[in-house]
Ligand binder design. Structure first.
Ligand SMILES: [Zn+2]
Length: 130
């Protein structure tokens, strides 16, 4: 049904794979990933619209900002950064191909989740250029 495989190298766990074989569990996993993405997307869009309203006039020209507005804009940017990097570092999406419906593998050296296909390509690339 579901398998977590730890791949050990030189006494340290270097990789972890999470493979879900059961079709129903795969669908559940994929739908949960989509729900998380949609929740993050709406927060990102809200922060972007609020930041844009502070930085630009409705016609698109940049507008002067007060110190308080600059601080608010920086705060909104940090919210957007956290959402963006948090999602890209999560198990929900492969940062290379953008797949949300694949089994994932954690790369301890890069401290990120990749789909198993991209992780294999990444390992081959690094192996060839060592
Ligand atoms: Zn991928």
């Amino acid at each position: 049904m579901c398998r977590t495989k730890l791949i050990e190298a030189k006494g340290l766990y270097k990789e972890k794979e999470v493979i879900v074989k059961n079709v129903y569990l795969r669908n559940l996993r994929n739908n949960l990933r989509k729900a998380i993405l949609l929740a993050g997307d709406s927060q990102f869009l809200e922060a972007t619209q609020e930041d844009r309203a502070i930085m630009f006039w409705p016609n698109g020209d940049p507008r002067p900002m007060s110190v308080q507005e600059k601080a608010q804009s920086e705060y909104l940017q940090s919210v957007k950064d956290k959402l963006y990097f948090g999602f890209n570092n999560s198990i929900c999406i492969c940062p290379v191909c953008g797949a949300m419906d694949k089994d994932m593998s954690f790369d301890y050296s890069g401290k990120k989740w990749f789909c198993i296909d991209c992780h294999k390509k990444r390992k081959a690339f690094h192996h060839n250029y060592k």
